[in-house]
Design a binder for this molecule. Sequence first.
Ligand code: BGC
Length: 913
Amino acid sequence: MELKDLRVEYRENPLGLDIKKPRFSWKLVSEEKNVMQTAYRIFVTKEGKTVWDSGEQDSSSSVLIEYNGLELDPRTLYQVQVEVWDNKGNWAIAKGTFETGLLKGTNFSADWITHDFPADETACPVFTKEFKVKKEIEKVRIYATALGVYEITINGKKVGDTYFAPGWTNYHQRIQYQTYQADELLQEKNTMEITVGNGWYKGIFGFTCTPNHYGDRVSVLAEVHITYVDGTMEIVKTDESWNVTTGKIRSSEIYMGETIDSCYKNENFSSVLPMSFDKERIIGQESEPVRITTKLPAKELIVTPKGEKVIDFGQNLTGFVELKITGKIGQIITIRHAEVLDKDGNFYPETLRQAISIDQFVCNGEEQTFLPHFTFHGFRYIAVEGLEEINLENFTACVLHTQMEETGTFTSSNPLVNQLYSNILWSQRGNFLDIPTDCPQRDERLGWTGDAQVFAGTAAFNMNVASFFTKWLHDLASEQTEEFGVPHVIPNILGNQDGAAAWSDAAVIIPWVIYQTYGDVRVLEEQYESMKGWVDYISAHCGTNGLWQKGFQYGDWLGLDKEEGSTERTGATDKYLVANAFYAYSTNLVSKAAYVLDEHEDGQKYDQLYQKIKKAFNEEYITASGRMVSETQTGCVLALYFDLADVKYRERILKTLEINIANHKNHLTTGFVGTPYLLPALSENNLHDLAGTLFLKEDYPSWLYAVKKGATTIWERWNSILPNGDFDTSGMNSLNHYAYGSIGEWMYRKLAGINQLEPGYKKISIKPQFIKGITSVEASFNSVYGEIKSAWICRNQKILVDVVIPANTTALLYLPEKENPLEVGSGSYHFEYETETNLERARFSMDSTLKEILDEPVALQILNQYAPEMMNHPMIEFAYQLSISEILATAPGETETLFKMVIDSLNRTVITI
Ligand code: BGC
């Protein structure tokens, strides 16, 4: 047995840790089966002296164990040693470190500094300082933050490899500082420069495209701590001795893009001005930083019908383009960005709305590499101007996002499904840039709570999102008020608005997802008041019937079930039905969280409230005979999935759902709110086959429709691009919006069958569920205990299942077609057995068009033989593009039998081939 992945607060050997009681986690890795940890011991030492010895604990806990030693000192390196014993008589040890940060914002001794450039100056200020180092250096740390977004260089070299520091938080209350290791950068004579862009603090933001949301002047605060070999130390810090100038970045806005003039030289330095900003608000960096995580080469050069020179990177992504070039002095190269080309093949930047996203580079005649600093774009294509000849090798797309560990994998026998999975991942990458955004391209990029809420479950399979969401939830709590509840966007730059269902419920649902995924109790502790606060807010807005039925709601946002021609975006489901379904759901979660935190009184209180809401929900939204007030897919799904409908009504509601789906020819009509639960509700109510049918639909509206239309990310709307190639022109049409990617969770939980029976996957259930059309699935999830794997193949009358269960966990394995689950410990398992099941999908169904059927020569033969008169029927040409079920709606019963026979025989022919 070995110990791997020793983590301190989810991080490996972290630097600048700003948590008073950090938590330790590790993974046991063993070749043996049924391995459980029986005891552990943690030592934390500082300069060889023990500051914490946990003592030998007889416990199988190996995740997030809280430090309980002497108070930690700031800026100090601690050594961690973990020893573990297992039930097989093995012992193992792992070692790591963590270094604390300043621990308190007020520990900054530097001063905030700013400039007094005129208000219309667009260039980024560059704060500079020259200093000398005389002695031999042992280590150098830089602690820094800014009002704006900043980059530090020392002697021309960038400090660290991160972007968009200090990140976006609720600056009114919280601003992060960053810690950098800079041991190698100092020389005897040093020039330090800190360039500050407008970023979220001062920049143009929000769909109003207005600047100065937090302040009208950028500012910076930094300290360089130099420790010498002789034990002495020196601090270089921002103060009135610094100078300020403008540099090569002549303008930079997140929405608008950046202009870099490499010919520009400013020799005018002025003195900095002091700035006051409460240091109490300064906190350590809470999530992983934003980095360039991948670079993609240019794929193709296209000259569009309009004559634009366009480069295709083959993937819709978030980031910017790096350009290597030797231009002429003063030559200007302009790069515009777009997600898509229109149906004529022309550049189509309309999805960006007012975010013009133009980067401009002015060359200086030398060989240069241009890279923007303080902007990012959502794009797949760029249009290039200012170059006679374009060499694709000179252009590289840099993918930027918060660098979270990728924890999930999923592949199947169906290439379209695999592309869908890839699209989900790319939409997560593109929209987890410091905060969870709705979209990365247009004049929004805001932390919409609803979007984050519906996607959180999937996000937590794909990547380790614990720290990312913890940071954002802290901001959420900080923006929440008794009067308005939870804002719709976090950080909130839209002003006060009353909370809305499914959006504000992020306050409750996301902490619960984090707790369930990582076994992280602290997130519940820290968010508990916020979770309760949101439910209490709703209670305070309820009528005498105990239901929330007033105020603004998003309903089932973008649901397709509004009557034809309606431009309303809230779907057809009663908005207050949605609101009360979420009220009940969140109340239930708060009650559960209370019990986890040993708050039994609260637990009972919220459970009673939950029962009351359920009762009122049934009285108001379900008739005495079980008919839903909104017989929509979302209405039925919420009543079923949130377990709101009385048991006696469930069957009828399920039937209603089935009929609704059939009436839409097995297509979904759900919006943001219903979509995440639609297939789970079907799968969990004996309609898994129907879930499979919906999942694999390839025509509009469906997940695979977008894939077949060439999507490489998830679209905001089912109809972002219409079947005829036109775009939705409602003015709200992003091609990179993760909400409908929430199907990912169902893929992991149902198709691969990976589920937690206990928080953090300490106990696992593996229960793959087949669907027709997919003959194999291979998925994995790297849990806090280690990698869980579920793979199956069902082909040629054989089922093969492979499962991996990590050490220190147990699992129930539900093998397909087998009666009872197997209870197992850790290890790898392989099963192989016979089956009659055939998962090959029939190629033809009543949804196939007459054309598709008549294209098969066998179909013609059969029809000629059994119904020759049909072949000459004058209507046949008109009916070509109609589906068989559409034709049958107007044709006599006999034809139905005939078509069934044809379809059946065609499918059999295909299978025997
Ligand atoms: C955003 C959404 C968001 C919605 C709420 C849109 O503009 O892009 O995804 O949830 O507004 O109204």
